[in-house]
Design a protein around this ligand. Structure first.
Ligand SMILES: C[S@@+](CC[C@H](N)C(=O)[O-])C[C@H]1O[C@@H](n2cnc3c(N)ncnc32)[C@H](O)[C@@H]1O
Length: 373
């Protein structure tokens, strides 16, 4: 089946995530892509997509007319090339008018722009509640939204967990999902290792996605934080009786020489160096790089002897903001390849595109997708 994704803030990263999981991924416009999947994609497992939709094979009016009895809440997002707030609004009003003739009562959601924001779609429970519908228009094609990113659930997972550390645990849950998805489609219960587990964001997302979390960290305090957060999550989500939770392991270990047990995939944010609030002068940048590089390469060297050919490894490593607004990277891809890994080649995104950051952020994360060779 063909599906449509509304891509996130960094579309090339969203595309890379889709490409690692699905086939025929094609970018239609800046923030839209189509892809094929045998199963209906679950928006709650995708960190990089804002909405997932399916193509309407019948005329849009026909679809709306035949919705179950009761009032319809309708939102239109117009992604066509020359779309404006006005084109989306008049499309919605036109549909409302015709539906009225068929005896259907419709509440149209007012657009602030040509497309409805994730927040508006989510808070109006579009695609969630009976008869709450969002239609995506793209030129002459119409798509029915099947799922919208659950911003409330993300911020709860991020902010309500009991053990937080401002210096360490800032990895957004969405990015943790993206890293896990970069490992490709994995079997249920697969063991996901995070050897720099910190407060456990990757482990949390792995558990929620039906995988077995396996975390190690140099710091005993972080190990305790991860355990506490995972216990909290499992209780919140009723996962305490799951095999994945029972088999979960979190312990102290130096990623440079630790001997892990079974590993199916690796997803992690490595050590990112000292926290920084201003652009580092050259000397500080050099010392941060000198501190991070041996830890990252040492870890990959150690890991390489312990995993099978084909094992997926997705890592986030630091990159630092420069005065000219660009980011200074570690430039370690060649060295990583020499350690027995291939950097995954993608159709829609290049390695340069995979830099996760917010405007002005000092320490960004370069995302590297590897397969053991
Ligand atoms: C950027 S934090 C990762 C944060 C994590 N993603 C989270 O959810 O909180 C990096 C972590 O690497 C750990 N670390 C640093 N050097 C390490 C090493 N050689 N081996 C294992 N862990 C290490 C630190 O203790 C820290 O928890």
């Amino acid at each position: 089946m063909k599906y449509l994704a509304v891509l996130g803030r960094q579309p090339k990263i969203s595309l890379a995530e889709l490409e690692c999981l699905f086939s025929d991924v094609n970018q239609l416009s800046l923030n839209l892509a189509t892809f094929s999947s045998d199963n209906t994609p679950d928006i709650d497992r995708l960190g990089g997509s804002l909405k997932i939709a399916e193509k309407l094979e019948i005329p849009v009016l026909e679809h709306l007319k035949n919705l179950p009895e009761g009032k319809i809440t309708l939102g239109i997002s117009d992604y066509s090339k020359n779309a404006t707030k006005k084109t989306a609004w008049s499309e919605a009003l036109k549909l409302k008018k015709i539906l009225k003739r068929f005896g259907r009562s419709v509440r149209v959601l007012e657009n602030k722009e040509a497309t409805l924001s994730t927040a508006i779609s989510h808070h109006n429970q579009l695609a969630e509640k009976k008869n709450h519908v969002e239609i995506i228009k793209y030129d002459k094609e119409y798509y029915l939204v099947l799922g919208v990113q659950n911003i409330t659930a993300y911020s709860k997972r991020d902010q309500a967990r009991p053990a937080r550390d401002a210096k360490v645990g800032m990895l957004p849950p969405k990015l943790a999902q993206i890293l896990i998805n970069f490992c490709g489609p994995l079997k249920k219960n697969s063991i996901i290792l995070d050897p720099f587990c910190g407060t456990g964001v990757v482990l949390q997302e792995a558990l929620l996605m039906g995988f077995t979390p396996y975390g190690t960290d140099l710091s005993d305090r972080m190990v305790e934080y991860s355990k506490k957060n995972l216990k909290w999550l499992a209780e919140e989500k009723n996962l305490t009786n799951e095999e994945t939770y029972a088999n979960m392991e979190i312990c102290i270990g130096d990623a440079i020489d630790f001997e892990w047990q079974k590993i199916d995939a690796v997803a992690c944010e490595t050590y990112l160096g000292p926290p920084m609030s201003t652009i580092p002068p050259d000397i500080k940048l050099k010392s941060a790089k000198q501190e991070c590089k041996p830890i990252i390469l040492g870890f990959l060297k150690n890991l390489s002897t312990q995993i099978k050919k084909g094992t997926p490894v997705a890592i986030a490593v630091p990159a630092w903001l420069k005065e000219n607004g660009e980011y200074s990277r570690l430039n370690i891809l060649d060295e990583i390849e020499n350690l027995g890994y291939n950097v995954l080649k993608l159709k829609n995104s290049s390695e340069k595109d995979l830099l996760y950051h917010r405007e002005g952020q000092i320490v960004a994360r370069e995302l590297i997708i590897l397969r053991k060779n």
